[in-house]
Design a protein around this ligand. Structure first.
Ligand code: GLN
Length: 489
């Protein structure tokens, strides 16, 4: 069998169809890749044994080698905050270290029904809170391009696994950029769908009004394929959209840039203090590439851009405080051993079960929601969120898509922002606006810094413009080769 490490799903499907290899061989190949490389990358919290992977596959009526599903026989890894029935779902937290999910998340059910082989649980920042995967309670995931750098976060494990060629696709989750951020840091495609287009049932909540499942792949085509498998209304998640019909988003990917495509750029975004000059240059180069391919480029205003991060901090922390209140040592997860009474049990279980970052966020969340402050912080943040939505709607009345940087800087070294929380929080700057507006966005590889670290460019579209984003992103990848570069392991 050829080395399939960096093959795309599209190529693997072809190979399976042509019988160049079997799905059993494919599965064994990727499980072995983890054995070879994951001691150094540390992307996975657990890789299941092949026997149990195949058993789960068969439980939904799939046969090994059976074809016909969108992802038949194609292995992938799942961020460990998405429930897989019978498996632990830890959120990389001591709190849920031994929590075994009793049901499949809707996305998992759909992936299984499309024949996907789910081979493990990927590391993340604890409860998806972070931008570096350093807040995982278990271990730090490394960036496959430079092991002394972070992979980004919070879906760092999912993304590093794909970037290192250990698996062709992964699911992550997004609340404020957690798939696009590591994807940009590791040189792969990261996609966040429209809020409500993918079910959140079985995704352990961080900030429910923002949370979405996201997709990590090598190509935009593959992203469209995985999206086709998981998107659509779900009666178990009332926030999913009824009008979304199931379809295959790859059929329209002809590699041609949509005619008369209008790209919007926010000039002030490029003047953001702290934006790395190499990131800025490579982002501008990507825009120029699409202009030369026939798109027109227009300057537009997005006055709320500079308020988005502050708004995101308040809303995400407030919802986190409320969502994580359920982990009290009684109903789920970690329970302290030596509590004297009920109050003591709550306090000790939460103090011992949660890590520092999660605690800080819950404190801030409770503060911004507390009597006397909620108006000043939380309600004002919601008003700004409304303005952000309007800003985007206004922008999309003039242009079809927006392009801006995905990241403020290239992947940084471990510990770099330990004493500079603000700088770490600024990682969300270009990403969280799309989450606040509920609109789709993707990061696509667009080059490398002089230090040979990957950089991603961001494409943002109006609500439910997935098909358009896939078309533009796919066309860009037909004229560039950045996604074909991979790290040497
Ligand atoms: N970096 C952001 C945060 O820490 C994004 C997290 C996410 O999208 N889950 O909140």
């Amino acid at each position: 069998m050829n080395d399939l490490s960096f093959a795309t799903i599209q190529e693997l499907k072809q190979g399976l169809e042509n019988k160049s290899f079997s799905s059993q061989e494919l599965l064994e190949f990727y499980v072995q890749k983890f054995q070879q490389h994951d001691d150094s990358i540390k992307s996975a919290i657990e890789i299941f044994d092949t026997k149990s992977i195949l058993e789960k596959h068969q439980q939904v009526g799939q046969q090994v080698g059976q074809q016909g599903g969108l992802l038949s026989g194609i292995p992938g890894i799942i961020k460990d905050n998405i429930c897989q029935q019978g498996r632990i779902t830890s959120c990389a937290s001591k709190m849920l270290e031994n929590y075994r999910a009793t049901y499949d998340a809707t996305v998992i059910e759909r992936l299984k029904n499309e024949g996907a082989l789910l081979i493990g649980r990927a590391n993340l920042d604890e409860f998806a809170m972070g931008s570096s995967t350093e807040t995982s309670a278990f271990f730090k995931t490394k960036n496959p391009w430079n092991l002394s750098c972070v992979p980004g976060g919070s879906s760092g494990g999912s993304i590093a696994a794909v970037a290192a060629g250990m698996v062709p696709w992964a699911l992550g989750s997004e609340t404020g950029g957690s798939v696009r951020h590591p994807a940009a840091f590791c040189g792969i495609v990261g996609f966040k769908p429209t809020y409500g287009s993918v079910s959140r049932y079985g995704l352990i909540a961080y900030a429910s009004s923002l949370d979405q499942v996201g997709i990590a792949t090598r190509t935009v085509y593959d992203s469209a394929l995985v999206y086709s498998a998981i998107a659509g209304h779900d009666p178990k998640d009332a926030s999913t959209l009824k009008q979304l019909e199931k379809k295959d988003y790859t059929t329209q990917l002809d590699g041609i840039l949509p005619k008369n495509l209008r790209i919007g750029i926010v000039k002030t975004a490029f003047d953001t203090p702290g934006l790395d000059p190499q990131v800025k240059q490579l982002t501008q180069d990507a825009i120029e590439t699409l202009r030369q391919a026939g798109a027109t480029v227009h300057e537009i205003e997005l006055p709320t851009l500079e308020y988005s991060a502050a708004t995101y901090f308040i809303i995400s922390r407030a919802e986190a405080a409320s969502n994580l209140a359920r982990f009290d040592g009684v109903r789920y997860g970690y329970r302290s051993k030596d509590a004297k009474n009920l109050e003591d049990l709550y306090v000790k279980s939460r103090s011992e079960g949660f890590g520092k970052e999660v605690k800080v966020r819950m404190l801030i969340g409770n503060y911004v929601l507390s009597a006397g402050y909620a108006g000043k912080f939380y309600h004002n943040a919601q008003k700004v969120q409304d303005l952000i939505r309007k800003d985007f709607a206004n922008a999309f009345s003039k242009v079809d898509v927006l392009m801006m940087p995905s990241q403020a800087c290239p992947a940084f070294e471990f510990g770099k922002f330990d004493n500079n929380k603000l700088q770490m929080d600024l990682q969300d700057y270009f990403l969280c606006p799309a989450n606040l507006a509920g609109i789709p966005a993707m990061s696509v590889p667009c080059g490398f810094t002089q230090e040979n670290m990957p950089v991603g460019v961001q494409l943002i579209g109006p609500g439910l413009s997935e098909q358009l984003l896939f078309k533009v992103g796919h066309a860009y990848q037909q004229i560039t080769d950045w996604h074909k570069m991979h790290p040497k392991l």
